[in-house]
Design a binder for this molecule. Structure first.
Ligand SMILES: Nc1ncnc2c1ncn2[C@@H]1O[C@H](COP(=O)(O)OP(=O)(O)OP(=O)(O)O)[C@@H](O)[C@H]1O
Length: 600
């Protein structure tokens, strides 16, 4: 058991998220006056111990302390109460009420989608929590089912929103110096993705995504990579699930508007959802049903949305928070370049975050998983941007993130009220194109072999063309057989074409050409060999070669005999009449004596 401060003891981990680990803990002694809840010794609590990177970041610690009062005073029936904040050495921890129940993400996975009425009622309570926090100027920014804990009370299931302020802590300038992006792609509002000013409307967008997920079991936008998901947030309208009651769809659709100022306020959302829940149930009265049908009238936007500090929304007139002040506001959590931004800083931040998003692109990617703290890999960045010195691999399992990969230009771009449209192509579009080009699958294209450096061989001597085939360079590709003619009958390869223009839409996999059959290599005609010279037997007398060999051997033997007779003692032995054996033994003995003398 590890102590946290002097007042708490960690007992067992409950779960781990991107920003830290949550522990079941026990209170050792009553907390001091600085805690919101003093607690009793022995009481069980939940403690979120923030990750070391966060705890070691001076900005985070400063912010943690500064926001202490905000977090501690945030109390609501549907908000997990923060009881205390502990700063001790390298440790930052939030002490919370322990909620004895699963989070909504797990509940959904284990029990399947909610009925429309249940989904509306659960989300209405989450909207209540948002309304309270927005009124206090606190924007959650990471609303998702995993951050809604479920507990039971006398009225049934009570959702409780947790992790307030964590997203804000995690995207401190200090952390973004290390190029990290905090967010959960499946729930990221378009303005956050684009780095536009953010307000409390980002939470309404998150609530809309969550509501959609509750009734269908999956968020509206998904894809193989963070980048694909973010692109959909920006450019794609959510698909209406089949069988969803019209009033509930009206609410979802309004929450998911790309323009933040078109989304309802949290208060209105809560009211609208309750009206819908009353009107779509089996026993709904005609009045309730007709009130539900008129729900659109209840979904008025927030005239004074709470700005998210540091995103350019601070100090803006409430009503136009989504329209102005884009350029030059490099939001550290920005994921994608916004089309109107010309500031180098914004581009840099976009590079960082987009690289991060690309880094998460990998097999098995779950866009609704925990808050992503993605190392960024941006390669481009302006002076103020954060993405300039990327290069780390992304966190995605696949790991082959292209650091220059960014969001593609949107066809027409999302409607942006009052926002300036760029005149030329956005600088990132070029990067995007380059990345795509690099990732383009190798296209199998017929190629004139005379132009193919791999096939061109030095020709020793130009030979006559084979009689049955025209020479290579003159083949008529695709002419007679036509595209449909069976392979092998004709020289039917299509003519070489320039690569098709690049489009963002997923392209059908390149058509596989049948394997090219190489024509048999042409053989060079052999040069006539020079006739061999056979001067020794010009008349070709049979057996003469053998006789010559015999005569040669006889000559050698004669020479040897002459040498032996003249230079060895053999004639002497012969004269003495000694046998060959005696003479040889004699000779060997003499040689031995001689060697012995020499040795002495
Ligand atoms: N107050 C609490 N009481 C009981 N369990 C909690 C409490 N807060 C969090 N948990 C549980 O602890 C686990 C981890 O929580 P955490 O908030 O770190 O995860 P997360 O939301 O998935 O991560 P993140 O938001 O950092 O991406 C979750 O399974 C959650 O259910």
């Amino acid at each position: 058991m590890r102590p946290v401060g002097s007042k708490y003891l960690l007992e067992e981990p409950l779960g781990r998220g991107a920003t830290g680990t949550v522990w079941r803990a026990r209170q050792r002694e009553t907390a001091g006056a600085e805690a919101a809840v003093a607690g009793q010794p022995g009481e069980t609590v939940a403690i979120k111990v923030l990750k070391e990177e966060l705890a070691n970041d001076a900005d985070v610690v400063m912010r943690f302390l500064r926001e202490r009062s905000v977090l501690l005073r945030l109390t609501h029936h549907n908000i997990v109460r923060t009881r205390d904040l502990v700063v001790e050495g390298d440790l930052l921890a939030l002490v919370m009420d322990l909620i004895d129940g699963p989070d909504l993400h797990r509940y959904l996975r284990e029990n399947g989608p909610f009925t429309p009425v249940a989904a509306a009622l659960v989300t209405a309570q989450v909207a209540d929590a948002l309304a309270a926090s927005h009124a206090d100027g606190v924007v959650h920014r990471d609303l998702k089912p995993a951050n809604v804990l479920l507990t039971e009370d006398e009225n049934g299931m009570r959702p409780m929103l947790t992790d307030f302020g964590i997203a804000r802590l995690a995207d401190s300038p200090g952390l973004t110096r290390t190029q990290e992006f905090v967010g959960t792609p499946a729930y990221v509002a378009p303005e956050s993705a684009e780095g536009r000013p953010q307000t409390s409307a980002v939470d309404i967008y998150g609530a809309g995504i969550m509501l959609y997920e509750l009734v269908t079991g999956r968020p509206p936008f998904s894809g193989d990579s963070a980048l694909a998901v973010l692109h959909q947030h920006l450019a794609q309208e959510p698909e209406r699930p089949g069988g969803l009651p019209e009033p509930l769809w009206t609410v979802i659709e309004r929450c998911l508007r790309k323009q933040p100022e078109e989304r309802p306020s949290a208060v209105n959302l809560a009211r609208a959802l309750r009206t819908v829940a009353n009107g779509i149930g089996a026993g709904a009265s005609p009045e309730a049903a007709s009130a539900a049908m008129g729900v659109a009238a209840l979904l008025a936007p927030d005239p004074t949305p709470a700005p998210v500090p540091g995103t350019g929304a601070d100090g803006q007139a409430a009503g136009n928070a989504g329209n102005a002040g884009h350029a030059g506001n490099a939001d550290p959590t920005q994921v994608l370049p916004h089309r109107g931004a010309a500031g180098a800083a914004a581009a840099g931040a976009a590079g960082a975050a987009a690289g991060a998003a690309a880094g998460a692109a990998a097999a098995g990617y779950d866009p609704s998983a925990e808050t992503n703290v993605l190392p960024t890999t941006g390669t481009q960045g302006g002076q103020g941007g954060q993405g300039g010195q990327g290069g780390q691999g992304g966190q995605g399992p696949g790991g082959n993130a292209d650091p220059t990969q960014v969001m593609p230009p949107m066809p027409g771009g999302p409607p942006q009220g009052g926002q300036q449209q760029p005149e030329g192509p956005h600088p990132w579009e070029g990067q995007m194109q380059a990345a795509r080009d690099r990732n383009e699958q190798t296209q199998v294209q017929p190629m004139d072999p005379s132009l193919d450096p791999l096939r061109r061989r030095p020709q020793r001597r130009p030979g006559p063309p084979p009689p049955q085939q025209p020479p290579y360079g003159q083949q008529q590709y695709g002419a007679p057989g036509g595209p449909g003619a069976p392979y092998g009958q004709q020289p039917q390869r299509p003519p070489m074409q320039p690569p098709p223009p690049q489009q963002y839409e997923p392209q059908p996999p390149p058509r596989r050409e049948p394997p090219r059959r190489e024509p048999p290599p042409r053989r060079e005609p052999r040069e006539p060999r020079e006739p061999r010279r056979r001067s020794a037997n010009p008349m070709r007398i049979p057996g003469l070669g053998c006789l010559k060999g015999c005569l040669f051997m006889i000559l050698i033997l004669v020479v040897i005999c002459v040498l032996v007779w003249n230079f060895t003692p053999v004639p002497e032995w012969w004269a003495q009449g000694k046998s060959f054996w005696d003479s040889a033994t004699d000779l060997v003995g003499k040689i031995g004596d001689l060697i012995g003398k020499l040795g002495n």
